[in-house]
Every structure is written in structure tokens, then in C-alpha cells.
Design a protein around this ligand. Structure first.
Ligand code: 5GP
Ligand code: MG
Length: 463
């Protein structure tokens, strides 16, 4: 997963990009970068780490210009190291170009091999670099045409921002798998992964960039084109379930509202006899509110999250039970003691967090613990840019509902149905990608890609 942000027409473009990336930090915490242009030269800075740690006033002052793009990275292909940080900036015969990509290509290995046979030398292990090579090799003249030429050869998920000396170009893949929003600021335009980035800079959401749309923003304003063969849209339903920030608007609806609907529907499909509903914060909160509303059972914050958890800890030599989860979450004894508790979370991936949380809630005195999940069982890995582990590590891929319930040590377990999920997301004439739940992959995969995706899910600060 990644977050991208681009801006045109503001004297402090790099500064606003920094703020935009700050609002998109949940989409990637490994590395961040900004490239800016003053109309003549592209300058850039990227580092491993969090946005707030990388960009000081000093660094930002060395990124001049009225246009910029930025990126926060959570790698799904290519290892986690600086050479794979973005924006990716290169010089070629028609000038410099910077690229920021959210998504994952499914034929990158095949294309890369072909390019290497043809003499190309790659600097990174990112799939995004393949796009840059294809642009550089295109025989077309204008940069827009070169980009289209390159993108008609790749398959998969891409929301892309390109920065040239004097243009900001945004493209969303024909299936529209990853999000991309178009916004306005005084004097210019913004294109970003989620609308929450617009709110922070007093921007205004105009609309989503459409699947297959290319938006070109130059000195003389904005033009839009649909240069690719139309394809059925497949927006990632997991953005609504977990990934996006609840205050973002996608498909015309606030993500928070969708999550609440999921919770209400879950209460109807999988009721429980209980005294309180508690969320696994933060991601389970809106669904738990919805579950509480629909069931009439009071909502309580029975788990408290520490918001200052870093990546690594110095663990005491004598081991503490469930240390990894305890450092992030703690049960509130006074809330759960003696109660029949429903714990609501958005998804179960490997099941390790859930199991520990349940033990924690029981240790705090709960009488019964029922688990309710506001999405269907996650049984298939994502190849379009969401960080999921190998299929064998997805607990729902290899275990029945009863077996998962036994593993979690819960008194009961209930998931939302796939139909229920589809009933809660905006009714677009557009379809969704729900491959993580259904196993139906809308963009055909090269065999190699399914094998070479990273052994991921290294556990981040999100819960
Ligand atoms: P588990 O312990 O089952 O592997 O993880 C479940 C938790 O991971 C849930 O609380 C859910 O909110 C969170 N989660 C779901 N998808 C992702 C993801 O793609 N990345 C990260 N870091 N967490 C996720
Ligand atoms: Mg969570």
C-alpha cells in the first residue's frame, strides 16, 4: 500500500505536499519522498521513515516550486530500502520525470525480463520502475502519449502521479482498483489517494479520478482524457473495510458511514446476547458503533490503544506474555469485568492479534467473549497492492469457522457475509474487487507474480 499526493499552482507546493503526506501516513510508514518543480528543474528528497521525521523546514526549503508530488510507501513489491523509495526520479531524452505509484502491477516481472534482455538496467526492485523504462523507450513524442504507450503494456493496479518540468499528470488504471481523488485549492489543483489530505490543506474535493482516466494539469489548467480500452471497474472493497481513513470520502460516501453500515448489518446477520459492545481500536470503532446501534447493546471502549507505539521495543529478558499486543492495546478492567462482551474488529488476517486480545479481555474479568468481524473471512492474498501474507498464513484459508473460533478461544465467532458487505458499500454502477474474500481476481495474474510477492505483513503500528 502507498499514499500519493500531487499539487499544481501553489507557491509552497512542497510544504503542502508534506502536509498531504502527513494526512496519508496511515497508507505507508516505511519511506516518504517529495519531488517539486519550479517550471525549470525537478528537485527531490526521499528517506526511510515517517513523514514528520524526514521533512524538516530546512529540507522543505530546498524543494522550491509551485508544483510537487509526494509518496508514502508500504511495500508490496520490492524490498524495504531507500533505492525503492518514491517518487522515482529519472532523466531521459525529453527531460526529467518523477513518478509516484500506489498499486501493484501483475506483469512487472515478465516486462522487466523482456526489458533486461533488450539492455535495460534497473536501479530498483520496484514494479514502478518498469513503467519508467517503458516511458523512456516509447517512440511517441509528447509525454502524455509516452505515458499512455507505457501503461497500455502493463496490467494490474495503479494510481499514478507524474511530475514533469511543467506538468502534473494523474492516471488511474482502467479497473480503478486503487483510489484517487481530485481536489481544488485556491489557484490550483490537487490529486491524492484520499480526500482526508484535502481537508488538512483547506482544499475542496471535486470528485474521484475515474477508472482509466488521465488528468493533465498544466500552466493553462486541467484536461481530462480516457485513453485506454474501457474495462469493468473493480474498486478495492478493502479500502472501505480497513485501509482508508474513516474521514475520507470515496465513491461519494464517507468511509466512516460505510463502516457503520457494515456494523449494523453484522448485528442483523450475526446477533449476540451480550452486555456491551467493544471495538478493537482504531479500525474496529465505526463498525462497533453500528453494531451497538442496531443491537441496542451499549457501546464501550473496553480496549485502549497506545498511540505512541514505535516499530521496535526492547523487551525484558524475562518474557512478558502477549507482549506484542499488550504494548499496543490494554483492556479496561472496570468496563469488561463480569460482562458478556462482543468484540468487533474489521478483519482477521492471521488471527494472532485476536487470540491475544481475547485472552487479555478474559484476564480482565469478562464472563463471555464473542467475536464479530465486519467483513467476510479473508481467505485469499491480495496481488493489487494490499499487504497480505501468503495464503497458507491466512487463518481463514486453511481453517473452518469452528476451528478459528477454537483458535481464538472465543465463545462465538461471526463474520459478515459477502452479500452483506456488497449491500453496505456505495451502489456504483461500478463493480468492486473483493478477491481477498472471494478469490475471484479481476485482473489475470502472471504465475510468477503470485510466487514472488514479498513474504509480507511484517506488522506495522496500525491495529
Ligand atoms: P491478525 O492478527 O489477524 O493477523 O491481524 C488482524 C488485525 O490486522 C486487525 O485488527 C486488522 O485491523 C488489521 N489489518 C487488516 N489488514 C491489515 C493490513 O493490510 N495491514 C496491517 N498492518 N494491518 C491489517
Ligand atoms: Mg485493527
Amino acid at each position: 500500500m502507498c499514499g500519493i499526493f500531487g499539487i499544481m499552482g501553489h507557491p509552497e507546493a512542497a510544504n503542502l505536499t508534506y502536509l498531504g503526506l502527513y494526512a496519508l501516513q496511515h497508507r505507508g510508514q516505511e519511506s516518504a519522498g517529495i519531488a517539486s518543480s519550479d517550471g525549470e528543474v525537478i528537485t527531490f528528497h526521499k528517506e526511510m521513515g515517517l513523514v514528520a521525521d524526514i521533512f524538516s523546514e530546512d529540507v522543505l526549503s530546498r524543494l522550491p516550486g509551485h508544483m510537487a508530488i509526494g509518496h508514502v510507501r508500504y511495500s508490496t513489491t520490492g524490498s524495504s530500502e531507500l533505492k525503492n523509495a518514491q517518487p522515482f526520479v529519472v532523466d531521459f531524452e525529453s527531460g526529467s520525470i518523477a513518478v509516484a505509484h500506489n498499486g501493484n502491477l501483475v506483469n512487472a516481472h515478465t516486462l522487466k525480463q523482456e526489458l533486461e534482455v533488450g539492455g535495460s538496467i534497473f536501479q530498483s526492485t520496484m514494479d514502478t520502475e518498469v513503467i519508467v523504462h517503458l516511458i523512456a523507450r516509447s517512440r511517441r513524442e509528447r509525454i502524455e502519449e509516452r505515458i499512455v504507450d507505457a501503461l497500455t503494456q502493463v496490467r494490474g493496479a495503479y494510481s499514478l502521479l507524474f511530475l514533469t518540468r511543467d506538468k502534473l499528470i494523474a492516471v488511474r488504471d482502467p479497473h480503478g482498483i486503487r483510489p484517487l481523488a481530485l481536489g481544488k485549492i485556491k489557484g490550483g489543483y490537487v490529486v491524492c489517494s484520499e480526500s482526508c489530505a484535502l481537508d488538512l490543506i483547506d482544499g475542496e474535493l471535486v470528485r474521484d479520478v475515474e477508472p482509466g482516466e488521465m488528468v493533465v494539469i498544466g500552466e493553462r489548467g486541467l484536461t481530462s482524457a480516457h485513453p485506454f480500452f474501457p474495462a469493468p471497474p473493480h474498486f478495492c472493497v478493502f479500502e472501505y473495510v480497513y485501509f482508508a481513513r474513516p474521514d475520507s470520502i470515496m465513491g461519494g460516501v464517507t468511509v466512516y458511514e460505510v463502516r457503520k453500515r457494515l456494523g449494523r448489518r453484522l448485528a442483523k446477520e450475526r446477533p449476540a446476547e451480550a452486555d456491551i459492545i467493544i471495538p478493537v481500536p482504531d479500525s474496529g470503532v465505526p463498525a462497533a458503533i453500528g453494531y451497538s446501534e442496531a443491537s441496542g447493546i451499549p457501546f464501550e471502549m473496553g480496549l485502549i490503544r497506545n498511540h505512541y507505539v514505535g516499530r521496535t521495543f526492547i523487551e525484558p529478558q524475562q518474557s512478558i506474555r502477549h507482549f506484542g499486543v499488550k504494548i499496543k492495546l490494554n483492556a479496561v478492567r472496570g468496563v469488561v469485568k463480569g460482562k458478556r462482551v462482543v468484540v468487533v474488529d474489521d478483519s482477521i488476517v492471521r488471527g494472532t492479534t485476536g487470540r491475544k486480545i481475547i485472552k487479555m479481555i478474559r484476564a480482565a474479568g469478562a464472563r463471555e467473549v464473542h467475536v464479530r468481524i465486519s467483513s467476510p473471512p479473508t481467505s485469499f492474498p491480495c496481488y493489487y497492492g494490499i499487504d497480505t501474507p501468503h495464503r497458507r498464513d491466512l487463518i481463514a484459508a486453511t481453517h473452518s469457522l469452528d476451528e478459528i473460533n477454537t483458535y481464538l478461544t472465543s465463545d462465538s465467532l461471526g463474520y459478515l457475509s459477502l452479500d452483506g458487505l456488497h449491500a453496505c458499500v456505495p451502489k456504483m454502477e461500478k463493480g468492486y474487487c473483493d478477491s481477498c474474500f472471494s478469490g475471484s481476481y479481476p485482473v489475470p495474474l502472471d504465475v510468477q507474480e503470485t510466487e514472488e510477492q514479498l513474504p509480507l505483513f511484517r506488522g506495522s503500528v496500525r491495529v
